[in-house]
Design a binder for this molecule. Structure first.
Ligand code: 3HC
Length: 688
């Protein structure tokens, strides 16, 4: 075996040259990898004893894409196109051997091989859309030429990873090779190509046809999903080009649109989010050497919506769950809802009935806390009340086995106070799931003063196991997410008190990119959450609405009026209530204006985020963004509140906050950190 460079080897197996890449962690196409590939192919082509060439990767995966960390830097070494050209024009058959994931540029390289083989567990895809991009190395022109326009539309706008078997059925993979036998299987395939004189197939020479209606229908069907995003439309236009134009002209369209996306703010934000989610895993004082505790059984206290959703996460990951309720009826109802959820998934074809039964068999219900004695992790998901939680943790302390992790799903309360109800605060942590807990990706992991490092490390690892993005936060009211939400809600209500209507606020935030505004959200959740009929005294707009039985969507009216299909309409009733409040308070309603609504709701969040950083309740600004993108519907193409602040410019944020501070008081006073960064011309991202 000869080393081509530090990440590429070339060896001959009889008359088959094998180029092996080894660039951990994911063989991304860095300049070194591109150089190695280019030189490797050059050498193999020049070697007269070689009749065919196999490209294979060491490590966990085939090439997972372009090296995203190199984007925006100066181009050096061989380009991706140089590599693809030498492969596609090779006079000797080139076979790409795929395991792990062939994604983005990785699949685009494989598509310039004459043939592709893969193990069944391999996955292939063009996920660039999730980085606000499109495949920029010919993928938009080659993929539709193999799988057809409709499948290409689906794959490229969702970024889905297609499993080996399905990829073979689509013609993306020419042959599946036995698991664990990729190298030998690929060499045998290459020999067969030569022995049987198979043609050197170039994907670019194929044709793809599609009715223009296919594109019109696809755009229409996905308009809601793509709202606000630039990349899906650019991907679609490239596939149209593949259908309507010769290959080289299609490539030119791809290049132009790729550069537009790459240099635009959306892709910058989406790439930032990619790295932010991965950075969140890194806890400065909890190294890789910290012990991970085994979690073989999980106990959940509370079989309501939250407890049920939390349980499903573990059942899905194959971890048995014991769920405890106080009354048989509530337990039966909770277990019934979980079963129904699984059966609905099965009806949609996303689970087999066998899977449903397996998951249900791993779930046991109980009315006794003492049944949780053998659980490695116990998560309390009961009513949000400190006394109840302390009582439960006091009892758990006596029941749980030594070393078990005791977690609370509180969304707001002081985890240290809860921990103090036990004799083992080092075992107590907050695991704040978001509703619906089996769907939402965010898990806020709340570190108490005394939480031990193994408990933190285990919780972070567990988040990954159950497919969540875990973010470590500190104890403060509402932690990171709900604390910033409170600032936003406060301003949403304040601007309404000054003359804006709830639908004005909702429209501004919806247009910003949130799935819905705060008032529509309240209507959906129910205005009566936390409302007490006995104590209600008509002192807020919400109280008056509840007193009128306008308790949100479920009663057909809340801030909005709803028709029988739950379509919302601005409500004259609500408008009158708001105006009556203003009259009583003696305020003169004014035209607040969209810009002011946006600045007051969003800039106060940025300020609150800065305070959170100052107080050390989040490790880094990007963790705050990860919370907001994954738990609160912050539009990913705006990167999160802190990234948004950086992109607007912190000096401007400070200037506007001071403007509102002059008018409305010290709530708007910029935090010391924000002031400092702004005055130094720095960003949150610079605080590494
Ligand atoms: N470039 C640079 N670094 C990458 C990378 C890439 N394409 N893909 C992954 N990494 C890094 C991650 O940042 C992480 O680094 P860290 O350990 O320092 O945090 C490390 O590799 C491992 O990644 P994950 O933690 O995500 O590992 P998983 O095993 O969970 O997932 C994966 C592996 C499925 C490959 C996932 O990393 C992934 O989805 N990567 C991105 C794939 C992608 O989007 N490819 C397209 C790139 S754009 C492109 O190709 C443009 C082209 O068309 C010109």
């Amino acid at each position: 075996m000869a080393a081509i460079n530090s990440v590429t080897d070339l060896s001959n197996e009889g008359d088959v040259a094998v180029i092996t890449l080894n660039s951990p962690p994911v063989n991304a196409l860095s300049s070194g990898v591109r150089d190695g590939l280019y030189e490797g192919f050059k050498a193999a082509i020049a070697d007269d004893s070689v009749k065919s060439i196999v490209l294979i990767c060491d490590g966990r995966t085939f090439i997972a894409g372009a090296d995203i960390s190199e984007f925006g830097g100066a181009a050096k070494g061989a380009s991706l196109f140089d590599v693809q050209n030498i492969m596609e024009n090779s006079p000797k058959a080139v076979v790409a051997a795929i395991h792990g994931t062939a994604l983005g540029g990785g699949l685009e390289v494989a598509l310039t091989a004459h043939y592709r083989v893969a193990v069944p567990s391999a996955k292939v895809g063009l996920p660039e859309v999730n980085l606000g991009l499109l495949p920029g190395a010919g993928g938009t022109q080659r993929l539709p030429r193999i799988v057809g326009a409709e499948k290409a539309l689906e794959m490229m706008t969702s970024g889905s990873h297609v499993p080996g078997k399905a990829a073979a059925a689509m013609g993306l993979v020419d042959e599946l090779v036995e698991e664990g036998n990729l190298r030998a299987g690929a060499i045998a395939f290459a020999k067969k190509v030569v022995a049987e004189n198979w043609p050197l197939k170039k994907v670019r020479d194929r044709e793809v046809k599609a009715d223009p209606q296919v594109f019109a229908d696809f755009r229409k069907a996905n308009a809601r999903k793509f709202r606000g995003f630039k990349a899906p439309e650019s991907n679609i236009q490239c596939i149209e080009a593949a259908v309507n134009l010769p290959f080289e002209e299609g490539l030119a369209v791809e290049r132009k649109l790729f550069v537009e996306l790459m240099t635009g703010p959306q892709s910058a934000a989406q790439r930032y989010v990619f790295f932010a989610e991965r950075a969140a895993n890194k806890i400065p004082d909890v190294g890789d050497d910290v012990e991970i505790l085994p979690i073989k059984t999980v106990g959940v206290i509370g079989a309501g919506t939250m407890g049920g959703g939390i349980s499903m996460n573990f059942l899905n990951a194959g971890i048995p769950v014991k769920i405890v309720e106080m009354k048989q009826e509530a337990l039966d109802r909770g277990l019934g809802v979980i079963r129904k959820n699984y059966e609905n998934t099965a009806k949609k074809g996303r689970l087999t009935q066998d899977d449903v039964e397996k998951r249900m068999a791993a779930l046991t219900g109980s009315l006794e806390l003492s049944d949780l004695a053998d659980c490695d992790l116990i998560i309390e998901a009961v009513f949000e009340n400190m006394d109840i939680k302390k009582d439960i943790f006091g009892k758990l302390d006596k029941i749980a086995k030594p070393g078990a992790i005791l977690a609370t799903n509180t969304s707001y309360l002081n985890v240290d106070e809860i921990a103090a109800a036990t004799s083992r605060p080092e075992s107590v942590i907050g695991l704040h799931f978001f509703s619906p807990a089996n769907v939402m990706r965010l898990l806020e992991i709340v570190r108490g003063d005394k939480t031990s490092k193994p408990v933190i490390a285990t919780s972070m690892k567990l988040a990954k196991t159950i497919g969540k993005v875990g973010v470590l936060v500190g104890v403060c009211p509402g932690f990171v997410g709900n604390r910033m939400l409170s600032s936003r809600q406060g301003q949403a209500q304040a601007v309404v008190a000054e003359g804006a209507m709830p639908w004005d606020v909702d429209r501004v935030l919806y247009d910003f990119g949130f799935p819905m505004g705060p008032f529509a959200m309240s209507d959906l959740a129910g205005l009566d959450i936390g409302w007490d009929k006995e104590k209600s005294s008509g002192s807020t707009i919400r109280e008056v609405l509840c007193e009128m039985d306008r308790r949100g969507q479920k009663t057909g009216a809340g801030y909005y009026d709803y028709d029988e299909n739950r379509n919302a309409k601005p409500s004259p009733v609500t408008e009158k209530i708001i105006k009556d409040f203003a009259a009583k308070a003696g305020t003169n309603p004014r035209d607040v204006g969209d810009e002011e609504i946006l600045e007051r709701t969003i800039f106060t969040m940025i300020n609150e985020g800065a305070k959170i950083l100052e107080e050390g309740k989040a490790i880094r600004a990007s963790d705050i963004d990860t919370v907001w993108v994954n738990g609160y519907g912050w539009p990913v193409y705006r990167g999160g509140p802190m990234h948004y602040g950086d992109s607007v410019g912190l000096a401007k944020v400070v200037e506007r906050l001071k403007h509102y501070q002059d008018k409305h008081g010290d709530f708007f006073k910029p935090s010391a950190l924000l002031e400092k960064l702004a005055s130094e011309g720095k960003t949150f991202a610079s605080l590494k």
